[in-house]
Structure formats: structure tokens, C-alpha cells
Ligand binder design. Sequence first.
Ligand code: PLP
Length: 438
Amino acid sequence: MDDAAQDLTNRTDMTAYWMPFTANRQFKAAPRMLVSASGMYYRSDDGREILDGTAGLWCVNAGHGRSEIAAAVQHQLMTLDYAPSFQMGHPIAFDFAARLARIAPPGLDRIFYVNSGSEAVDTALKMAIAYHRARGEGQRVRLVGRERAYHGVGFGGISVGGLVNNRRSYPLLTSDHIRHTQDPRNAFARGLPLHGAERADDLEQLVALHGAETIAAVIVEPVAGAGGVLPPPQGYLERLRAICDKHGILLIFDEVITGFGRLGTPFAAQFFGVTPDLMTTAKGITNATVPMGAVFASRKVHDAVVGGGAEGAVEFFHGYTYSGHPAACAAGLATLDIYEREGLFANAAAMAPLWEEALHGLKDAPNVVDIRNVGLMAAIELAPRPGAPAARGYQALVKTFEAGLTVRVAGDIVCLSPPLIINAEQVGRVAEILRGVL
Ligand code: PLP
């Protein structure tokens, strides 16, 4: 550790900060501190370069330290730092929405701003209920999610989420769940697995159980992310879309991770050729520089809600102080410029086959029981230690950090999602570090 870094660590009093989704006592006893970042790399407080295998938290898609974004935010803050978005507007929020609409899946071009993925999810769920109410079907309030889903931490998001630790302690909304799509027949499948599309039919069972007329929406991540990277079985999303159409249920894609190029297309909806009625986004929308999210609504949903009601009445009683924050919009516009100018979605698509090859090359490493990938996402599933689930996963996180790579772990599943600027050499380096750690 160089002197400056040592000094920083010595000076840091860690007691006041209650850290999110962290084993606080364990972390503070042996912290992993990141102090700066540039391009594909973080720098730790002991002066080491650490390859970013996770784009931060699946969000820094254009890589770190983008000066164009910083300049745009600085300029915006000195021009118009903040303005309300309730019954008032400011131009950059409209400009950014128009730009987002240009890359949206077909017809999903009505944009509602929020500040995070969790807020995007709760907003989309409310929109679904508001849509049905506007059409005279106010009894459609049941929300359907999927096992192992992560939809953030709002009460709506945990209700449709499928991760037990996030749910079990809290009161939940009226919800139900379809099964997750992991199927042992698909172990080590490359890209989209062959088996399991029939699990979409679980929705038919819920329709039979509850009645379609009580169900407002189904929400899924097109590729389950935080639950352990589960690419959908071939044909699964198409089947879900068809069942929703049959029963008048809205389909919501949670693209908080898959949005903004992760699969090599702007959104997963375009990658899979399946268009939802609502789409939630966040993270890569500003390259994670300023917190922001957006719900992309279809004209069908937007027009039903905004087109109804009395003249002059607020149509949707929802919004946040920081919806369409000027600094976030400026960051977002500059981010879209970078994605476009540098062809980063195309780079993700070009790197994806190398990524697949490199990670599946770890198949023979000890304790590896499955490897999954799609676009620039991947998971390496490890066998749990007997009687100690998640212990091997946590150790993998610690060891990869020591070896110079960030990973996410979901139990014993090591998850990866590098910035879209990654090159072939860095793909190789990710695999090399993982092999050493495994
Ligand atoms: N939805 C999905 C699919 C996510 O992966 C996440 C975060 O990882 C969220 C929602 C919540 O986003 P946030 O942490 O910005 O609230």
C-alpha cells in the first residue's frame, strides 16, 4: 500500500455508514475499498488496479471516468441546476425522452422518469394497475412475478421479486409467482438454453387459479440477473407474451440490467424480438454517474391513462421530486452520445462470442457445476460447500478481489457483466483470473 492510500485507510472512520446489502461487521473488519476508477479498472486503497468484471453493479456500461459526461453535468448544473417537473417543465427532460424514444423497442416510446431501478419497478406496477382502472377493470390488481427475480427493494418490487431474504420479513402486495427457468437439463448450455419454454405456461395455471380478470401484469427480467444470470429458454418469452395477450394481462420487462446494450442491442426486447407493454430501466441510462431510471410505456398504456379523466385533471398521481432531474438528463444524453459514437452496443455483440468461449473454458475447473452466458452477462455456478451454502461464493468474491477482478455473487453463483468497452485481451484476463481463483 502506498503512503497516500495507507493514510486514507487509517483516516476512514467506518462506524457511521450503515452499508446496503452488506455484511457490515464482516466488511468493516476486512474492508475492500475502491478509491478511483478509469476505463475498465478500479483502483483500490492499497494502490492495486482491479479489473471491473461487473461494470460496477451492472451499470457502468461505457466504462469509468467518462469526461464527456462530467462536462455535460457540470454545464447543466451551472445552467439550470434543478427545476420542478410537477406542472412545470425544462427542455432537457423533453430532449432526453425524445432521444430515448428513438432507441426504444417498437411503440414503447412514452418515457416516465424515476431515480432508480426500484422506483422504475414500482412505477411500472402502478402504471399497469392504472391502465386497467382507466379501462374499467379496476379489479385487476394482482401482480405476478417469478421465482429468483430481483426487482429492487420497494414494496412493489419485493412483492413480485423472488428472493426470499428480500421478502420474508415484510408485508407484501397481492402477488403470485411463476417458476424460475433454471433447468438441470440445460447445464453448461451456451447462450439461450433449449429446455424449459413450457415454464411460461405457469401463467396459465395462475389464470386458472385466480381468474385472468384479477391479474394486472406479469413482470420478468428478460435475463434474470441478480438471481444468478438465467438466460431465458428458447421460445419462453414469446410464449409468455402470447399468454398475456390471450388474457389481457400486461407484460413488463425489467430491463434495469439488460437495458443499454448489455446483450448487444439497445434493450433485451430487441434482442429477443419480444415487445413488452412496459419496460423498466435504470443503471446504464446515465452510465451510473447520476442516479436515474425510466419506465418506457407503450402507447396503449400511456394513451389509456393519459387520454382518460377530466380535462385539466392530473392523470397519474405519481412522480418524484427528482423525476427528470436536469443533471441526470444531461448525464443521460452524454451517455447515449458515447454509446452511439463508440458503437458500444455493437462492441458488446462483437465481444459476446469471445466472452462465451473464454468463460465456458472454465468448465473443467474445480467445483464448477454450471456456466451460463448471453450477451456480456455470465454466471459460473459453484457447488456449495456441504452445510455452508454461499460460503464458497463469498470466498470467490474475496479471492477475485485480491487477484484483481470484481465479481458479484448470488449465493454460490459468480456473476459477471463487464463494461461494454471490454476488449479481447481483457476478456481473456477475466477468465485467467477466475481460473486462478477457482
Ligand atoms: N430491477 C433489476 C432487474 C435489478 O437488477 C435491479 C438492481 O440491481 C433493480 C431492479 C433495482 O435497481 P436499484 O438498485 O437502482 O433500485
